[in-house]
Unconditional design. Structure first.
Length: 177
């Protein structure tokens, strides 16, 4: 079988991000941005949680229709998605979140907040999503034991599983050292 050109293969990273995006929305998050990029780097998903059912409330002292709607439960998350296949070298993507990568994510988040100052007062968190990807074999036979996943998807000949979601995966106060 001839090797197909790289353009023939789906972007596995994007498929993993799509799965995490759908899962976040199903759990009450509103996606604000996908693949936000600037000179410092890229953030895969930026999402906002707008508090519990019942809607947001005006902050104390706010008056008028255009007041900021923020609840105690409002939060912004900056999500790094790591999509890996079996036999990967970096613990499913966990060891790819180095201090240098964390600093890049932090700087990129600062640029996002500067571009969207109305979001600057929200508490922020850096999360990591670990997605396992496996090519679907047409000849698959037998029984396999699979660890339970938070979400699954089959697309473009691949089975994707949101294996782990790590809220507050690293501290947002990164030294520039």
């Amino acid at each position: 079988m001839a090797n197909l050109p790289p353009s023939h293969y789906p972007d596995i990273g994007q498929l993993g991000e799509d799965l995490v995006d759908q899962w976040l929305q199903s759990t009450g998050w509103m996606i604000l941005h996908r693949r936000f990029s600037c000179r410092w780097g890229e953030i895969d998903i930026i999402a906002q949680y707008q508090g519990k059912a019942g809607g947001a409330k005006r902050q104390e002292g706010d008056k008028g229709e255009n007041s900021s709607l923020i609840t105690q439960d409002s939060i912004l998350i900056f999500v790094e998605v790591k999509t890996r296949s079996s036999g990967n070298w970096d613990a499913g993507g966990r060891s790819a979140i180095t201090p240098q990568k964390q600093a890049k994510l932090w700087r990129t988040a600062e640029i996002f907040l500067a571009q969207y100052p109305e979001k600057a007062d929200y508490p922020c968190r850096f999360d990591v999503a670990i997605v396992y990807c496996q090519q679907i074999s047409k000849n698959l036979t037998g029984v396999t034991v699979i660890q339970e996943a938070l979400a699954t998807s089959s697309v473009a000949g691949y089975k994707l599983k949101l294996q782990e979601y790590i809220p507050a995966a690293f501290d947002s106060s990164i030294d520039d050292g």
